[in-house]
Design a protein around this ligand. Structure first.
Ligand code: FAD
Ligand code: FES
Length: 261
């Protein structure tokens, strides 16, 4: 197992998105001599301790972005329940204890002429910002296909547009393609040789189906329920072609050929 760190992080900004249902937390190590662990891979996640009534376990949250130049780490959080609701109220100066970096992360292609499509839905777009940024640094031109219920629900559009071309699917047709991500013509006929995907299960299965039909390599990031995040409690197992595997250690990113979908 690669090194994991337990560190305190201080919130330097918390910005509410999409009508307050999401918060973008920008954090720095709380101790002056502490630093963000080197070499965090896109697709890795943290386990964050949140003090809230009825919350005993840390919660897994994807690393949205790491800015080593400014020493910040970004988390994009959706208000889903007790712990994440508490994070909606996070203020500048608040300290959170975090275990990181966890999981395997996405595979970065070795060939620079790779044409990647990064597909995200809802808060599943979170790890794709870091991934797109790293692919771009490697000389590739990543494109994004982002899905949401409506235009107002699309997250971090300016940040994604700063990295590459952004295609959109909205359920209500308020922006881009009217319909599901899995039916977007960019996915069904665009010229890509790797697809990365994170979002709701049905969306990822639809994207995986298209990728399989078109013979395109595809990696998906699973969000199974987790407790320890370290491979000890076995509560996050996913059935794979190699048997049951812990999503927190063997994943959360899997090549679709490894899954039994
Ligand atoms: C690898 C990974 C990366 C994730 N990345 C993000 C992210 O970037 N941003 C984000 O907002 N959310 C992310 N999630 C989901 C997030 O962990 C859950 O929304 C959060 O744990 C819910 O906690 P809660 O106390 O707010 O909700 P609860 O009140 O505990 O439950 C609300 C809902 O959240 C789900 N849930 C609860 N606990 C967990 C858990 N430990 N693991 C997974 N699901 C859970 C339950 O199915 C339930 O439906 C990620 C999950 C995983 C596994
Ligand atoms: S969360 Fe405990 S084994 Fe994965």
């Amino acid at each position: 197992m690669k090194s994991k760190f337990i560190q305190n992080y201080r919130v330097v900004s918390s910005r509410h998105l999409s009508g307050g249902r999401y918060v973008l937390l920008v954090m720095v190590p709380a101790l002056e001599n502490d630093a963000i662990p080197a070499g965090i891979r896109p697709g890795q996640f943290v386990q964050i301790a949140v003090e809230a009534p009825g919350v005993f376990l840390r919660r897994p949250i994807s690393i949205n972005y790491v800015d080593y130049d400014h020493g910040t780490i970004w988390l994009l959080v959706r208000d889903a329940g007790k712990a994440t609701h508490r994070l909606m109220q996070a203020c500048e100066g608040d300290i959170y204890n975090i275990v990181l970096p966890l999981g395997n992360g996405f595979t970065l292609p070795a060939v620079p002429d790779c044409r990647p499509l990064l597909v995200g839905g809802g808060v599943g777009v979170a790890p794709l910002l870091h991934l797109g940024s790293e692919l771009s640094k490697l000389g590739m031109s990543p494109e994004f296909l982002l899905g949401a219920r409506s235009e107002a629900d699309l997250l971090e559009m300016d940040e994604f547009k700063a990295i590459g071309q952004v295609h959109v699917s909205t359920d209500d047709g308020s922006l881009g393609h009217h319909g599901l991500v899995g039916d977007n013509p960019v996915l069904t006929s665009g010229d890509y040789n790797i697809i990365y995907c994170c979002g709701p299960g049905p969306m990822m299965k639809a994207v995986a189906k298209v990728a399989r039909q078109r013979g395109i390599t595809c990696e998906v990031s699973l969000e199974n329920m987790m407790a320890c995040g370290l491979g000890a409690c076995l509560c996050c197992v996913e059935k794979t072609v190699k048997g049951n595997q812990c999503v927190c250690t063997a994943g959360p990113v899997f090549n679709i050929d490894q899954l039994t979908w």
